[in-house]
Write a protein of this length. Structure first.
Length: 213
């Protein structure tokens, strides 16, 4: 379970405005990558609202619980949030690692924090603040867990909209991940403009069909 241990330590070292950063959508064959940063007020470190204690790695929460926490996070007047969307064409241009680091840089710098806790094992370049990479950070820091939920739910909402445009792929169910059903739809229909053309299964499907527009 996450805690405020890292945030407390940094605040004791003199850092103010500590944000957490995480992404959703590195692995899918289709749809954008979404990166979120979240800056929780330091008063939460001492006396967190009840809903903050429910935060966790977004993958460990049910969709309904994630949506409830998402709404609570975005509605709270003292919580600062930035959400960055990296579209498939940019992912194809940069590659998924560089696209992720670019999104993390944008999301972090947008909040002008004094320090950033970033999920993963790499730090992006061109940050305007000191930062620490935390492997499985969404299980260690409430700030990163909040960012994890924001990124995941926002991306899921985007994929629900993509599903309305291209229902033949079943995006509403699998959110663009490479499930058996998605790969079968990809083989049948070929890729659409929301697919990541640089990803191997999409490349293979392109050999046998024209992209759907």
């Amino acid at each position: 379970m996450p805690t405020f241990e890292y945030e407390h330590t940094l605040r004791n070292q003199g850092f103010e405005r500590i944000c957490g950063v995480d992404e959703a959508g590195r692995g899918p064959l289709a749809g954008p990558l979404v990166v979120a940063s979240c800056l929780l007020p330091s008063s939460f470190y001492i006396q967190p609202p009840e809903f903050i204690l429910d935060l966790d790695d977004s993958k460990k929460l049910t969709p309904s619980k994630r949506e409830i926490l998402y709404k609570q996070l975005i509605a709270h007047p003292k919580i600062e949030i930035s959400i960055q969307v990296i579209e498939p064409k940019q992912i194809d241009s940069l590659n998924i690692l560089q696209a992720t680091l670019h999104g993390m840089m944008l999301a972090t710098n947008a909040l002008c924090p004094g320090y950033a806790l970033i999920d993963g094992n790499k730090l992006p370049q061109n940050l305007t603040t000191p930062a620490k990479a935390l492997v499985k950070g969404d299980q260690k820091s409430y700030s990163i867990a909040a960012a994890s939920i924001l990124a995941k739910v926002y991306r899921d909402l985007l994929m629900d909209e993509v599903d309305k445009k291209f229902p033949q792929y079943g995006f509403k169910k699998h959110k663009g991940y490479g499930t058996k059903a998605h790969k079968e739809a990809l083989a049948q229909h070929g890729p659409c403009c929301y697919h990541r053309m640089s990803f191997a299964p999409v490349k293979e499907a392109m050999l046998h069909s024209l992209p759907v527009t």
